[in-house]
Design a protein around this ligand. Structure first.
Ligand SMILES: [Zn+2]
Length: 284
């Protein structure tokens, strides 16, 4: 069907009350199975790449590969560059991503504003959308990162940040964190509601892996739109590959293992698409 702009995909989702999973890929199969899952679910999908992986897959190769799959897909697909510093964002703009993230969340407020604005200005010339982050989304292995409300995004500050930077979407800290959680996360729903009220741009949830189903659906209902899923997708590949190779099936044929991952990994993505669509919206 089409490669679509991030802003158009998220606007559609907001209008129709569903969230879009942003699946972190790491090879050809992880991209192909996520897009196939979206086709079977008949819903859009965001494919994203963490630029720190560029020694494993060069940015341009990942973009070209995903665009080739997207052009042949029956559903909208967009390609996003995940957590980037300035140089990575510039490289991502050059490589042809529809959207890039500039992550200045560890910087003091004024520096995050200045850095984000500089990338927004650069990306705008190419029609590329910029996701920013305010309030630091930490790691799930550090309990205080997702329980200490001092670290969460302040709605007033977020509104000021969006206005000053012109970012297209904003990643927020609302009780979520990256990687494996040491304790079941509990999202701050009052804060999500307050952020939604204060901001007109789409809200992004990082660390969407392992957040319980009901909490994810509530976050969608409160107006969050893009949900990053990396840890759980990696785990799905790892566990199913381990199971296949340990079973002795297709012995010594590495490709057989990659192909055996299609079923379970597609089911995983389809379950996320369904979870993020509590109203059961269907594309026209
Ligand atoms: Zn993230």
């Amino acid at each position: 069907m089409a490669i679509v702009k991030m802003r158009d995909m998220l606007k559609e989702a907001e209008e129709h009350g569903y969230g879009v999973p942003a699946i972190n890929i790491f090879n050809f199969e992880s991209a192909k199975y996520a897009i196939r899952a979206a086709e079977e679910a008949e819903m859009p999908v965001i494919i994203q790449l963490y630029p720190g992986f560029d020694k494993h897959i060069p940015l341009k190769i990942a973009v070209d590969m995903v665009h080739d799959l997207a052009l042949k897909a029956s559903v909208p697909v967009t390609m996003h560059e995940d957590h980037s510093d300035y140089a990575q964002a510039v490289a991502g703009i050059g490589a042809g991503f529809e959207s890039v993230m500039i992550d200045g969340s560890a910087l003091p407020y004024g520096e995050n504003v200045a850095l984000t604005k500089s990338v927004v200005d650069l990306a705008a010339a190419q029609g590329i959308d910029v996701e920013a982050e305010l309030g630091h989304v930490g790691t799930g292995s550090n309990l205080s990162d997702f329980t200490d409300r001092e670290k969460f995004t302040d709605p007033e500050e977020a509104a000021d940040f969006a206005e000053k930077t012109g970012c297209a979407s904003l990643a927020v800290a609302v009780g979520n964190a990256h990687g494996n959680y040491v304790k079941l996360p509990v999202l701050d729903f009052d804060r999500i509601a307050a952020l939604r009220k204060k901001l007109s741009i789409p809200l992004v949830m990082h660390g969407g892996s392992d957040i319980p189903f009901e909490q994810m659906q509530k976050a969608v209902r409160l107006g969050m739109t893009k949900f990053n899923i990396a840890t759980e997708y990696q785990r799905c590949f790892y566990r199913n590959a381990a199971k296949f190779y340990e079973s002795g099936k297709g012995r010594d044929v590495y490709l057989a293992g990659l192909m055996a991952l299609e079923g379970p990994c597609k089911e995983f993505v389809k379950a996320k698409i369904a979870m993020l669509n509590p109203g059961g919206y269907k594309l026209p």
